[in-house]
Design a binder for this molecule. Structure first.
Ligand code: GLU
Length: 486
């Protein structure tokens, strides 16, 4: 059996878009599921779109996402060079283009800009496309030689038939048959000598022994032309998996503004790489059961590209946040604390037991930046509405709270041990003496020491962090507030 070989073939044009990361992930999973090789190829033939530093982003994103390639520009596996501009210098694309010319499947074209501009255009998928009229196909061999010798600029075009049909197969979309008359004579080699993506992807996938190609479905309409190239060369066509579009919650294109367009954007918002990878795996693919949390190892085991759905995948930020929260909950404290610490420090500064506070918030946040909103009350008592003391379920109101806090104050003043356990005992014995429910006492105390409806911990845990002086100060503030109301 042939070894499964997949490739991620990004163009270094900027940040790594979520759609690209999904292609990379699926390619990685297909290869690893079958003990195959996952290769990285840099497609930099469009020099105008090249962005400085973009290749570094590709490396760092793959590394952070855990999608380690077996071969690539930095890891020779015998199929290099792995960067198309370097491949070009070896003459590989021109060699194969000439082979097609010899077979009558391609031809030199010397038409200048003016002539091309005068040709008729067609609107294909919203874009204005020029249909080349095969003018240069009729040049004699001698004319071509003469033009080349004179150094006339040229491109090499594919020579597609004007009759008959071409059928292309995609694993998800099935057989797609098009009339050859619809296939324009696309450029294979540009006037700057670089191959187009259209040509290079075929030559490279074949010469690099690629068995499975995963990419966005924007390439679907060009694929019959690639099939014709494979057929012209007599090469075996790889398995194609074209992925449906990823949209935002409003079924619009993912945008920077909504925060989910690139891996970097998501990292900046504090998502964990493994949660993002897990979430992206589910953008179009689903396992046989309803399971949602998968480590990369588990994805490798479970992934089957035949279970990818054709319908557009919706990127749901709420769901990703939930998933990230699940990863935080499951994380060891040893890993969680160093990651949470900068956020805690920024919110609280020095003087707090950050490790203890980290343990409190761990199960309550979805992303690290949520920390500030959870812990800000430790630093300073927020101004709160006195109505918060009224809680139906706890059967508390302003009067009962005033009574509880006033009665507790001397006990808490007398107490020296401000550990959670000791404080809890004090409150419990007060509850017992009063013959009331816990909440009747805990609610007003927690309200007084936090000024918040929701806190990451109970009253006495908060008091332990605050210490005696600050706790008493806050309880006195509560008493004053309540007195004003009565
Ligand atoms: N360089 C192309 C892109 O970044 C790759 C498409 C493919 O995977 O064939 O969109």
């Amino acid at each position: 059996m042939t070894k499964i070989r997949t490739r991620y073939a990004p163009s270094p044009t900027g940040k790594m878009h979520v759609g690209n990361l999904r292609s990379a992930l699926y390619e990685f999973l297909i290869a690893k599921h079958a003990d195959g090789d996952f290769m990285l190829r840099i497609e930099d033939t469009d020099q105008e779109r090249f962005v400085e530093g973009a290749t570094e982003i590709i490396y760092s994103t793959l590394e952070k996402a855990g999608l380690q390639h077996d071969e690539g520009p930095d890891k020779d596996g015998g199929f290099g060079p792995y960067v198309q501009s370097e491949r070009m210098k070896t003459g590989i694309y021109l060699k194969y283009a000439k082979e097609l010319i010899d077979k009558g499947e391609a031809y030199y074209c010397f038409c200048d800009k003016e002539r091309l501009a005068s040709l008729k255009t067609e609107i294909v998928e919203g874009k204005e496309i020029m249909i080349y009229d095969k003018h240069c196909l009729s040049l004699s061999k001698e004319e071509v030689e003469k033009n080349l010798a004179a150094g006339m600029p040229y491109v090499i075009r594919q020579n597609n038939p004007t009759e008959g049909t071409t059928t292309f197969h995609d694993e998800l979309y099935g057989d797609i048959t098009v009339n050859n008359s619809e296939l324009d004579d696309m450029i294979l080699i540009k006037s700057d000598g670089y191959p187009t993506y259209n040509f290079a992807n075929v030559v490279d996938d074949h010469t690099m022994n690629i068995t499975h190609v995963v990419r966005g479905n924007e390439y679907l309409s060009s694929s019959p032309k690639y099939t014709r190239l494979y057929e012209a060369f007599g090469w075996q066509v790889p398995v194609y998996v074209h992925l449906p579009l990823i949209t935002d919650e409003n079924h619009k294109k993912l945008s920077k503004r909504s925060g989910h367009s690139s891996f970097e954007d998501l990292m900046e918002q504090g998502f964990l790489p493994e949660a993002v990878v897990n979430y992206i795996a589910l953008l179009g693919w689903s396992p046989e059961d309803n399971r949602e949390i998968f480590s990369l190892e588990e994805l490798i085991k479970e992934f089957d590209y035949r279970r990818i759905s054709k319908s557009p995948a919706v990127f749901d930020m709420v769901k990703l946040r939930w998933m990230n929260g699940e990863y935080l909950k499951a994380m060891d404290m040893d890993r969680f604390f160093p990651m949470a610490e900068p956020f805690l420090r920024e919110a609280l500064g020095d003087g707090f037991d950050l490790e203890k506070i980290a343990a409190m918030v761990k199960t309550r946040i979805e992303v690290f930046p949520d920390i500030a909103g959870q812990v800000d009350f430790f630093k300073e008592l927020p101004s709160y509405d006195v109505e918060m003391y009224t809680h139906k379920k706890m059967k508390t109101d302003k009067a009962s709270s005033l009574e509880v806090l006033t009665e507790l104050l001397p006990l808490l003043e007398a107490q020296e041990d401000y550990s959670n356990d000791a404080l809890y005992q004090t409150l419990l014995s007060y509850v017992e003496k009063k013959g009331c429910k816990n909440g009747y006492v805990m609610w007003p105390v927690r309200t007084a020491v936090s000024g918040k409806q929701m806190t990451p911990a109970g009253a006495t845990e908060i008091m332990e962090i605050l210490g005696k002086e600050e706790s008493l100060k806050r309880i006195c503030t509560g008493i004053e507030k309540l007195q004003k109301e009565s």
